[in-house]
Design a protein. Structure first.
Length: 111
C-alpha cells in the first residue's frame, strides 16, 4: 500500500506532540519511575520513526530539512526491537533536546 507522505508527516508531528504532552511537568527521575508514561512515549517514538521511514521510501527529499532523520528511524528500531535495552536517560535526552526542534521542522513541511 502506498502512503501519502503528508499524512505520514502529520503522524510524525502528532507523535512528537504526544511525547511532549505525556512528559509535561516531569523530570527525568519521575519519567523513569512512571511505567505508563514510558510505555506511551516509547510507542510514540515508534510511530514517529515509522512515519519518517515511510516518507523516506516515498520521497526522501522531503526529509532534507530534518536533521538526523536516519537516526530517528534507527531509534525507532532500537525501541521496537531492543525493548529490553532501552536507556531512559537516552530517551529523556531525546525528548528534551530533539523533539521541540523536530516539531518546528515538521511544521515547516506542512506549509
Amino acid at each position: 500500500m502506498r502512503h501519502d507522505p503528508l499524512v505520514c508527516i502529520e503522524d510524525a508531528l502528532r507523535a512528537c506532540r504526544m511525547i511532549l504532552d505525556f512528559t509535561a511537568g516531569m523530570d527525568e527521575t519521575l519519567y523513569g519511575e512512571d511505567l505508563k508514561t514510558k510505555a506511551a512515549v516509547e510507542r510514540a517514538f515508534e510511530i514517529l520513526g515509522e512515519a519518517l521511514n515511510r516518507v523516506s521510501r516515498i520521497d526522501v527529499s522531503l526529509l532534507d530539512t530534518i536533521d538526523d532523520w536516519q537516526s530517528i528511524i534507527g531509534f525507532r528500531n532500537v525501541i521496537a526491537h531492543g525493548y529490553d535495552s532501552i536507556d531512559d536517560e537516552i530517551v529523556w535526552d531525546a525528548i528534551q533536546r530533539h523533539i521541540p526542534g523536530l516539531i518546528v521542522s515538521l511544521e515547516k513541511l506542512q506549509k
